[in-house]
Write a protein of this length. Sequence first.
Length: 187
Amino acid sequence: MADIPEEERKNIVSAIIHVGNRNFTALTDDFISLGFLKPDVDKSIVAPISERVLGPIVTGGGGANGIRRIVKDDVTFQQVTQDLLKAQSEVAFTIPPFIALLARAIAILEGLALQANPNYKIVMEAYPFVTRKLLQDDAQYTKKLLREVMFDKEGRIQVQRLTVLMNQALNIVDRESDKFIDLDSIP
């Protein structure tokens, strides 16, 4: 059993949003905040490594089936393992104990769900919660994350993303999609 403090929960939500935005530079700061990386890490090398290692998994689906599809069709399990080992040799990282416990619990729960529904995608099921948190929470960090999702680099609102967020908040999610989180495609 693990208690995840509020600050770590905020950092996890931030990391999910940055993965959804494919903002691997900001994800580096999340990894530091969560304790995966040391604060003095060379950030310029972490983002490309994160994109290389997480990119195929991120676009492959929101659950074990998506990862299995990638491993089977696009990337072998051996290649994924080699990428992780290479990443470890390029940048020293650790897995905080609360993350290891959380990952284990999620893996067990997902395994049970996959037995009932082989197409179950845990991320797609959890994403409406994250979306509602973004839309309802008045905390400064969630407002900042919401701005990152809603506005492009020029400061223009992305109307399609607003529609996607509203659909997700109402639990209208494309559970058949092969993508992990697609903020730019209306289900």
